[in-house]
Each structure stands twice: as C-alpha cells, then as structure tokens.
Design a binder for this molecule. Structure first.
Ligand SMILES: Cc1cc2nc3c(=O)[nH]c(=O)nc-3n(C[C@H](O)[C@H](O)[C@H](O)COP(=O)(O)O)c2cc1C
Length: 565
C-alpha cells in the first residue's frame, strides 16, 4: 500500500471523488486558520429549531405508557428481542427512542430542546421520514410522513395512488416499510460555514444508529439500502419538490432504509426501487409547504458543489463486499464475547437512550476500568456486535486512534483499534514506524487494540481538539480515522458521505456505552486535521481523521434541564 498517495497521483476513473477530496482538504482546521465560517453568528437569521409542513395533516403519536424496552445489552444481539407487531404505538416508540425531543434546557431567558440523537451545535440538520402502508390511527392509504419531533407527530406529506405501495415494497418481507433521512445543510452552515457538510453527514450517522437501535428494541431489523439512488430517495420523500421549500432551505437526500418488523434479514445489496413506483409516489398527491427557517441565508457554494459531487447516482461503481457480522458465526462471536466479561448495567435500553447527553465539561478525575474500556471498544466491532452494524453493507472503513488518560490498569498513551482485525497491517504500515504495536494486558483476543506510545497525552489531546479541555479531562478521547482515498477512488464519491455516517454511528454507540458505564461522552467535530495525522505519522490522504469523541466523568451542568417522559 502506497504511503505517500496524493489526491492527484493518478488519473481518476470518476473525478467526482476528487471534488470530495478537495472539499475535505479545504475544510480542514489548521493551527494557522480555521475552515471558512461566518465571522460572527448572525442571530437574526438563526434557523428555526423545527421543520414543519404547513397544511399537512398532523397525526400525534401516542407517548409510550411506561418503559417496556428490553435490557440495554440486548440491543446489540439480533434475535434476542421478540418482534413487536407494527402499530401506531410501535411506530411511536421507533421515533421516541431515536429522533424525539428528550429534554429542554434553559439559560439566560432562552429555552431549547435536546433530542435523543446528538447534533453538532445542537442544530439538528437531519429530518426523519416514514413511507408506510395504511395503518389504524394514520390514514388507511399508504403514503409518506415527515416526523415532527416537537409534537412527536407524523405529518402526512403524500398519499400514494392505488398500486404504488405494492410495487415499492415488492421484494421486501411482509410488513416491511421505509424510513428516510435528509439534511438541511443551511442549519449547520449558518454556524459552521464550509465545514458544515461534514457535520451534516456525521449527524446522519448518529441518526441512523439511533434508528437501528430503536428498531432493535422492538425486535425489528433495519437495513440501509445502498443501491437506491439519491434521486429516487428525493422523489420518494418529496425532497425534489422545489415548490414546497424555500430555495436555500431545501433538504438533500440522506438515505433510505427498510425496516423488517418480523426481524428477518433482507438482501439490501440486491434491493432496487421499482422505477414506476417511484414515479407513482412522486405524482402524489402531496400536502404541505415547508416552513421558512431563516429570513435570509448566506450561501456556501462549496457545500452545494460537494453535495452535487457526492450524490449517489443510479448504477455507479459496484458496492464493496458485505462485512463479517457477529452473526457470521454465532458460536465464534459468542466465544469471543465471553472474553469481555461485561457486567450488565441494570438499566433498560430506553432509559439509556433517552438519558444520553453530551458532557459540556469533564471533571479531570474520573477514570474507567480496563474491562469497561475493552467492553466499550468491543461494541464497535461488527464481528462482535450485530447491531447497529448490521444495517451497513460495507466492511469497516473507520478505525480508532485513542488517547488514554485515566483507564485504570492501562498505561496512558496513544493506542490504535482496528475495527476489523484484517486492517491492522494496513494501519501499521501507514503509521509511524517507531510505534510499539503491543497488546495491552488482559486485552480480549478478539479486540485488535494496540499500545503505540506510552506517555501523558492529555495536553496533546486538548491541543489537537481545538483547545477543548473535554478531550484531555475525560478518561479517554479518540479520533476516528477512515481509509479514505482508496475508498473514494474504488467506491465512488458518495462514499465520502458514508464514511462520515460510519463515524457518526461509532459516536452514537460510544455515547450509549458511556451512559451505561455511568460516564458521559461528547462528540468532537472541532479538531485540527493534519496535526492529528502528524502525531500518528499519517501522510497524504490514505487515511483521514473524520470525527473525535471523549468519554469521562462529567462536571455537573448547572443549567436547568427538564426531561421529557
Ligand atoms: C458531529 C458532532 C460534533 C460535535 N462537536 C462538538 C465539539 O466540537 N465540542 C463540543 O463541546 N460538543 C460537540 N458536540 C456535542 C453537541 O454540542 C451536542 O450534541 C449538542 O449540543 C446537543 O446536546 P446533547 O448531545 O446533550 O443532546 C458535537 C456533536 C456532534 C453530533
């Protein structure tokens, strides 16, 4: 594998990936200069917190009566939870434990909502959609609904003509339906400028993992559909209907996923949407007009450009081979799991998911045990943990480099985790030759974790994370490095988005794992890209750091927090 690959090293097969690679370079934070963003926050144009469609019928979802969710640990093992029948109540729970408002915070006379899924700057660019058959409590006709978190309700956007649904769902198991995600880049670019496209994709990843976990609580499975083109997602969800949106507040297609409520596997790699059915859905009738989020907008052309370049087109390069999952050989995975000796946290999945919060500050004292640390990292390996990884169709491209500060029984220093053991050698070849690559004490054999360098890395972690103390005052922090240039070249520019989704999903699992361990996490989107690469000896664009995160003991946030049931 070439160590010094450059973006322009050889003629690309599809040069859209070079647009993504250039965007990535251009939006790096550097010590001497942050990525371009507004010089000051334009409060007059702060985007409204919630999207609504005026004129669309609103169907309030029943708030779950009591916590009927399984023990937290069960969500990681497919087949361990009995499938629930599809009903309005069950759909309510799907959203209540994934994209809903979970608390309200107030300070200085302002009050704002916090959600089950985290979001960079709490700006929530991600919108959720549902395409489903007729259900008691909704309309009897199949159609498309937008999820409205503030009301915990579904807004009816489209009613399908007879026959459309049957063709859309052909090839899916009985009772299956679709969920979709979209992004309003303006929400993020209002604050973060050019780097906003990255944050939108990370947020999609968090939301996808949140939905997968929520589906798991109902005994359902959820599969991202990789061969659905963005144009089809747009038409199915009504996102291409220019007349329904303020121009600069349009929603870019994120992804379409199928939910299998019987708990069966579907073949996401072979699933294609029927063209006539998509045309039928687009023909409507459609209801409602999107609310205006801001009076004025600052355009960021580079985001429009990268969004276009990274669209998933019909056809395109073949999908990479499906990854090995925990279920690959249940016995093998179970044996490897036994090595982790995890102690159940004693809380329900619903409680962990709804209590999740970001730590605004870490206490600089609380540590976690070595066993807890290994246990958390084990959840990130598709070979050991079915969910949420079974909703993706590609092998792990994102790995971890860790800054261990307060992991009891583990030397402080730099570590590396290959999320797929077969990638260890590639990581080793790409990183500093002086690194030790030693197995830490008692590390489960199934966890490809290695000590690279032993030293105090607290100051370094803070410095690399834009000077944010949370990176050094937790028990550990980390950066997620993705196999980058090779993946974009081989798999296409749309994989630029998917790499961030994978990173966002890792973030979501670590948020939950931190809560289960009595600690707290915070995602870190602000870090100095190339200085991070330098510390690990990574050159060129073979690997790139896409997201950071910290886990530790939180300092109490004194701003009043009111949780929703
Ligand atoms: C992609 C992403 C990037 C983030 N980056 C940072 C960051 O650099 N610094 C920070 O303090 N918090 C960061 N956060 C945490 C958000 O500020 C937090 O999720 C948001 O305020 C909502 O709060 P909640 O997580 O408690 O719901 C990030 C979150 C996400 C999802």
């Amino acid at each position: 594998m070439a160590r010094h690959s450059r973006v322009s090293a050889s003629k690309p097969r599809d040069d859209r990936w070079t647009i993504a690679a250039r965007y990535h370079e251009r939006t790096k934070h550097r010590y001497e200069q942050f990525a371009r963003s507004p010089e000051r926050l334009d409060w007059e144009n702060e985007p409204a917190a919630f999207r609504r469609f005026a004129g669309a019928a609103l169907f309030r979802l029943p708030l779950p009566a009591g916590d009927r969710t399984p023990p937290y640990e069960a969500i990681y093992r497919t087949g361990s939870i009995a499938p629930q029948p599809v009903s309005l109540d069950a759909l309510s729970r799907l959203f209540f434990y994934s994209l809903a408002v979970s608390a309200w915070k107030s300070a200085g006379g302002a009050r704002w909502a916090l959600r089950v899924n985290p979001s960079s700057g709490n700006l929530h660019p991600t919108e959720g959609y549902l395409a489903v058959y007729g259900l008691e409590g909704l309309t009897s006709a199949p159609g498309v609904y937008h999820y409205a978190p503030e009301e915990h309700a579904l807004e009816r956007r489209c009613e399908f003509a007879p026959g459309v649904w049957e063709r859309l769902a052909a090839g899916l198991p009985a009772g299956a339906f679709f969920v979709g995600l979209s992004s309003i880049a303006w929400r993020e670019s209002w604050k973060y400028g050019e780097r906003a496209f990255r944050y939108c994709q990370l947020d999609v990843g968090h939301a996808l993992a949140a939905l997968r976990v929520s589906a798991a609580m109902l005994g359902w499975r959820l599969f991202f559909l990789p061969n659905v083109a963005d144009e089809e997602t747009s038409r199915l969800l009504g996102l291409e209907r220019r007349e329904d949106f303020v121009e600069r507040e349009r929603e870019a297609p994120g992804l379409l996923a199928a939910v299998a409520p019987g708990g069966e596997a579907i073949g996401p790699l072979s699933f294609r949407l029927n063209k006539e059915a998509v045309a039928g859905a687009a023909a409507g009738p459609w209801f409602g007009k999107a609310n205006r989020l801001s009076p004025n907008h600052q355009p960021w052309d580079v985001i429009d450009e990268v969004e276009r370049a990274c669209r998933k087109e019909p056809g395109g390069p073949p999908e990479p081979p499906a990854p090995p999952h925990g279920a690959q050989g249940a016995a093998g995975a179970d044996g490897a799991e036994a090595e982790f000796r995890r102690v159940p946290c004693g809380k329900s999945a619903g409680r962990i998911v709804r209590q999740r919060r970001s730590a605004a500050a870490m206490d600089g004292e609380t540590g976690i045990s070595r066993g807890t640390f290994y246990g958390m990292l084990g959840r990130l390996l598709p070979a050991l943990s079915d969910s949420p990884w079974d909703c993706l169709t590609w092998p792990p491209f994102v790995h971890l480099k860790l800054f261990a500060h307060r992991v009891e029984g583990l030397a402080p220093g730099l570590y590396a985790l290959a999320r797929d053991g077969r990638q260890t050698e590639a990581l080793k070849a790409a990183m500093k030759p002086s690194f030790r690559w030693e197995r830490p004490a008692d590390c489960p054999s199934a966890l490809p974790l290695f000590l690279l360098e032993e030293r105090d890395v607290q100051v370094l972690a803070v410095q690399l994370s834009c000077g944010q103390d949370i990176a050094g005052e937790g028990a550990f922090s980390l950066g997620m490095i993705a196999a980058f240039e090779g993946v974009l070249r081989r798999c296409g520019a749309h994989f630029y988005r998917r790499l961030f989704w994978e990173a966002g999903m890792i973030g979501q699992v670590l948020y939950l794992e931190a809560e289960a361990a009595g600690a707290r996490a915070t995602g870190i989107g602000c870090y100095f890209d190339d200085p991070v690469h330098e510390v690990f000896g990574l050159r060129g664009q073979e690997f790139q750091s896409l997201y950071h995160l910290t886990v530790g003991g939180p300092l109490e946030d004194r701003r009043p927090l009111q949780t929703e049931a």
